[in-house]
Design a protein around this ligand. Structure first.
Ligand SMILES: Cc1ncc(COP(=O)(O)O)c(C=O)c1O
Length: 461
């Protein structure tokens, strides 16, 4: 370890850049093409934006627009703000960030932890709306004396920083062997700066862009048209306009992939490679593996990025409930009927039954009290008959005198009873035809009921 850092540093700012490159093994699913990830999450601010935060502040100092006691303002998905806040506080500036409300709460808290003032803006407004995070940052800059806007979407210091550091590092770490570079564009600073550096050193290096579905960069690249676009969940990449810092001339192709693909791959990268990846890295690695599998060339050298640290997304990509609510993870299908009974989100915790001698009036109140559609009639742990709400109602309407008769006078055939270990798939055909429900037995006891409603619920998720 000491060889990597032989001397102490003067400040954390000296630790920016110089991130390691790590080969991916498991997530490449057996491809012969080597794929490497540059671990940008290992920078002091935990993201690739560390590089441009300091660079943009130094550029503003050099040009004289940022003076001692000044304020740095930025519209940010979070990571740039963090990088700016860190560099600003070490250099004695104030930092104000505007941020769309789709960004994770972790990022807001992080920004505040690093001393930034955070202004949250709505995500679903057009780019020219005064509440759009960019417009908001512009108006704050105009109203604050001594403020400069870092303006990562238009500031040439952004791609220049990636040209000077990220691009050079990738070239040197691959010993000039890099054949493909796969990245997304948020501001486009990364893909532009790295693309320029690599193409200057080897014009055959292929620069592959990957865009989240809903962003309009890939559609614009591929068709020349500005589409409408739609919101997506991956953070930090894609755009609803073409930023000034994106030079599409250095890009050879642009692909797209969806949120679900990105988040599931991010989880694989963390679990299988031990690199705690944010959601965007899932999209990049997915595309890098796609490229690797298309070329199947052991002499190629595909490089992509893990842009930020997964801990920033614990409440999203790494939260199973959030993933399921958004349709990015399938609900685990129960294997046995017992599992199916246990996984029911039932309002009734125990199995409600009546005896053959129970008066119909009481059975009916059990049905209404528990808001259930059917009721098994049970004697000595055996199902001897069944009641269904609709049939019972019809019978009572025809003959109100039935209310005081015992249930056995009106009950229909018993529900089928399945042993607990029976495959849950066997329930569907049983309920498709004559039976409104079936019961599950565990040992002696009847432990639950599976109804048509439950089956349809499971099918529709
Ligand atoms: C979280 C995140 N932020 C930013 C970027 C790159 O952004 P930019 O185009 O602004 O350099 C990436 C990936 O390429 C990313 O994953």
């Amino acid at each position: 370890m000491a060889e990597r850092h032989p001397r102490p540093y003067d400040s954390v700012l000296e630790l920016i850049g110089g991130t390691p490159m790590v080969r991916l093994h498991s997530v490449t699913d057996g491809s012969k093409t080597p794929v490497y990830a540059k671990c940008e999450f290992m920078g002091p601010g935990g993201s690739i934006k560390d590089r441009i935060g300091l660079a943009m502040i130094e550029a503003a100092e050099a040009e004289g627009s940022l003076k001692p006691g000044g304020t740095v303002v930025e519209a940010t998905g979070g990571n740039t703000g963090l990088a700016l806040a860190m560099a600003a506080s070490l250099k004695g500036y104030k930092c104000i960030c505007t941020m769309p409300d789709k960004m994770s709460s972790e990022k807001v808290k992080l920004l505040r932890a690093f001393g930034a003032e955070v202004v949250i803006t709505p995500t679903a407004v057009p780019p020219d709306h005064p509440d759009h995070y960019l417009q908001k940052a512009r108006s704050i800059t105009a109203e604050t004396p001594g403020a400069v806007m870092a303006d990562q979407f238009y500031n040439p210091a952004n791609p220049n920083a990636h040209y000077a550091t990220t691009g050079r590092e990738i070239w040197e770490q691959s010993e000039g062997r890099v054949t493909h570079f796969v990245a997304s564009a948020g501001t486009g600073g990364t893909i532009t700066g790295v693309g320029r550096y690599l193409k200057e050193h080897n014009p055959d290096v292929r620069i592959v862009g990957v865009d989240p579905e809903g962003s309009l960069i890939a559609p614009y690249f591929n068709t020349g048209e500005m589409i409408e676009g739609h919101p997506y969940k991956v953070e930090g990449i894609g755009n609803d306009k073409i930023p000034g810092t994106l030079d599409l001339d250095v890009v050879d192709e642009f692909r797209s992939a969806g949120d679900g693909v990105a988040f599931r791959m991010a989880r694989r990268v963390s679990r299988e490679e031990g690199l705690f990846a944010g959601g965007s890295a899932g999209l990049l690695v997915h595309a890098a593996v796609e490229v690797a599998r298309e070329i199947e060339d052991p002499d190629a050298f595909v490089v992509t990025l893990v842009c930020d640290w997964g801990e920033r997304y614990l409440s999203k990509a790494y939260d199973d409930d959030w993933m399921r609510e958004n349709g990015f993870l399938e609900r685990a299908r129960p294997r046995s009927v017992l599992e199916a009974v246990r996984s029911k989100k039932s309002r009734v915790s125990t199995l409600v039954t009546v005896e053959p001698t129970t008066p119909v009036r009481m059975a009916l109140s059990a049905i209404t009290a528990h808001d259930i559609g059917q009721l098994p009639v049970v004697r000595d742990h055996e199902c001897v008959g069944s009641l269904t709400e609709s049939r019972l109602m019809a019978q009572i309407i025809e003959d109100p005198g039935l209310l005081d008769k015992p249930v056995e006078a009106v009950m229909a055939a018993p529900f089928p009873v399945l042993d607990s270990h029976v495959d849950a798939e066997e329930v569907r055909p049983l309920l498709a035809r004559d039976n409104a429900a079936c019961l599950v037995r565990d040992g002696e006891a009847l432990v639950g009921i599976l109804t048509r409603y439950d089956v349809v619920q499971a099918l529709t998720g």
